[in-house]
Design a protein around this ligand. Structure first.
Ligand SMILES: [Zn+2]
Length: 193
């Protein structure tokens, strides 16, 4: 059993999320009717896609999100805590046991940036995590990201600095904005670390 024209994993994923054009969807469906090999690969793609979707829905991933994602989460009854420090500024923040999603909204002028990275730094400004080439609409004027809420709920009081960095073709970097989150733990009990 070997498929001569295996369907690309990205196409299978789009098929599962109903993102394909009708004509392409029809062709994929027809292929899957007769090809066990691609059918098996579709099941693997579904398992991964659903796993990622579940993590995103549960607020367990550090990731850039859209306003549509937040709207859907709110409609599903999730409690969203959002902080929007100004560029160059800081905000006092916390998380409570009832919160489901923890959101940071970073205002910046994105209009000239080709590639934008989101850097998460410690209180000293040392970069710890970098999300490269994040999806950002140049017209949006802000980047919205979710902090893993399980981490936040267990975290001690600490300061986190987020940076938006524009990266040009020659890998030069240009700071778009720096945002300080001064987190105070308000959930009782010992910190996990
Ligand atoms: Zn096939």
């Amino acid at each position: 059993m070997s498929c001569s024209r295996p369907i690309d994993a990205a196409v299978l994923s789009d098929y599962w999320f109903a993102l394909l054009a009708d004509s392409e969807e029809g062709a994929v469906e027809e292929h899957l009717l007769t090809c066990d090999e691609c059918g098996q690969r579709l099941r693997e793609v579904i398992a991964i896609a659903e796993g990622v979707r579940k993590l995103a829905r549960e607020g367990s991933l550090l990731m850039v999100v859209t306003d549509a994602f937040l709207k859907r989460a709110a409609e599903q009854g999730m409690r969203i805590r959002e902080y929007a420090p100004p560029a160059g500024g800081r905000v006092d923040c916390t998380v409570t046991a009832e919160d489901d999603l923890l959101i940071g909204r970073l205002a910046a002028n994105l209009s000239a940036a080709k590639q934008i990275d989101l850097c998460i730094c410690n209180a000293e400004g040392q970069e710890k995590i970098r999300l490269r080439d994040i999806p950002a609409h140049q017209a949006a004027g802000s980047v919205v990201f979710q902090q893993p809420i399980g981490y936040a709920k267990a975290a001690p009081s600490e300061t986190m600095i987020a940076r938006l960095v524009a990266v040009d073709e020659s890998n030069g970097e240009h700071l778009l904005g720096e945002y300080t989150f001064t987190h105070t733990r308000t959930i009782p009990g010992p910190a996990a670390w």
